[in-house]
Design a protein around this ligand. Structure first.
Ligand code: NAP
Length: 315
């Protein structure tokens, strides 16, 4: 005799995926989900940035809430914590109160924030979502534009263990490593640890190459030699060649690194932790911002040394 009961929820039931934020990272990520056969629903503040995805078969919606209503799972990859707040909770002109993802998602929807954002905000989203019968996890990434294009991102999860498991089949399409660090906010806290290493590491390779050039060496040759040794890093391998060639296109935007440094400093202050290396990196990037370089790639730091400007920080 066949059972009348519905089949148990199965990860394969998640077929319709919303993606909000189709910039440098979100565009590649949504593309991988489309290629994997998911039905992809998109929204981005600037519609033109979603056009390549629409041409590849994604469906456009006019608001985050409209995406939510069409989706089993919604991935967000926007810019700043304020953007995350708007998309999840509304309360702005673009997204009125109650029209965000938390207000408009169908019961049982899984919300995945992959933006680099605040651990405290991640906890607030998880608890508001639970109150409406939704699941929400934080899942920030590292690996850069290169990793997003190649689907080799490292993904750091925070949130309910079952919700994280449910997200895995989709996240495995975007990254090579998907690790749960703990409860809501733990993914963001891990990502901020990553950003401390990234910010301080950028200063390290810029200074190494400035030193080599000041001694009459060819920066490109030095980059090649030392990137395979003990000084090797993702930035030295991937970003230094762009900087040496004068290519400052983002990659990873200066304004986003400044946002991450601010978030990391906030968390450190809460724990009474002093991070002098990070403070130096912040002063240098703040100086880059005063030169109007906030929408350049983070490798633009090299230009401060190139132009003898780094001394201006008093660092
Ligand atoms: P991006 O190119 O600026 O993409 C963000 C996209 O989100 C933009 O297209 C933006 O719209 C859209 N957006 C922002 N606020 C929105 C809102 N309220 N409603 C709808 N759409 C909104 O930045 P990204 O490089 O992809 O980075 C996205 C996030 O990932 C950031 O938090 C960043 O720190 C993090 N991240 C970046 C990298 C990297 O290497 N790029 C690596 C790891 C993590 P507009 O087109 O109108 O600006």
């Amino acid at each position: 005799m066949t059972s009348e009961r519905p089949a148990p929820p199965n990860v394969n039931d998640d077929r319709a995926i919303g993606v909000i934020g189709t910039g440098i990272m979100g565009r590649s990520m949504a593309g991988h989900l489309l290629a994997a056969g998911y039905e992809v629903h998109v929204f981005n503040r600037t519609r033109s940035k979603a056009e390549p995805l629409l041409a590849a078969g994604a469906t456009w919606h006019d608001t985050p809430g409209d995406v939510a209503e069409a989706s089993d799972v919604v991935i967000t990859m926007v810019g700043m914590p304020a953007d995350v707040e708007e998309v999840y909770f509304g309360g702005t002109k673009a997204v009125p109160e109650g029209s965000g993802l938390v207000g408009r998602s169908r019961s049982g929807t899984l919300l995945i924030d992959m933006t680099t954002s605040s651990p405290t905000l991640a906890c607030r989203i998880a608890s508001a979502a639970a109150g409406r019968g939704l699941a929400a996890i934080d899942a920030p990434v590292t690996g850069g534009d290169v990793g997003a294009r190649a689907a080799t991102l490292t993904i750091m999860l925070g949130g309910d263990a079952a919700a994280c498991e449910r997200a895995r089949p989709m996240l495995n399409r975007l990254g090579k490593s998907v690790t749960r660090l703990g409860a809501a906010g733990a993914g963001q806290r891990c990502k901020l640890a990553n950003q401390i290493a990234v910010a301080v590491g950028m200063v390290a390779w810029c200074e190494a190459l400035a030193h080599a050039r000041a001694g009459g060496l060819d920066a490109a040759a030095v980059q090649q030699v030392i990137s395979g040794g003990a000084a090797g890093s993702w930035g030295l391998t991937n970003l230094a060649p762009r900087a040496i060639a004068g290519d400052m296109a983002p990659g990873f935007l200066v304004k986003h690194l400044l946002k991450d440094i601010g978030l990391a400093r906030e968390c450190a202050a809460e724990s009474g932790l002093v991070l002098p290396g990070l403070e130096t990196a912040e002063r240098l990037y703040a100086l880059a911002a005063t030169h109007g370089w906030t929408d350049e790639g983070t490798q633009v730091l090299y230009r401060l040394y190139d132009h003898g400007l780094a001394a201006e920080t008093g660092a």
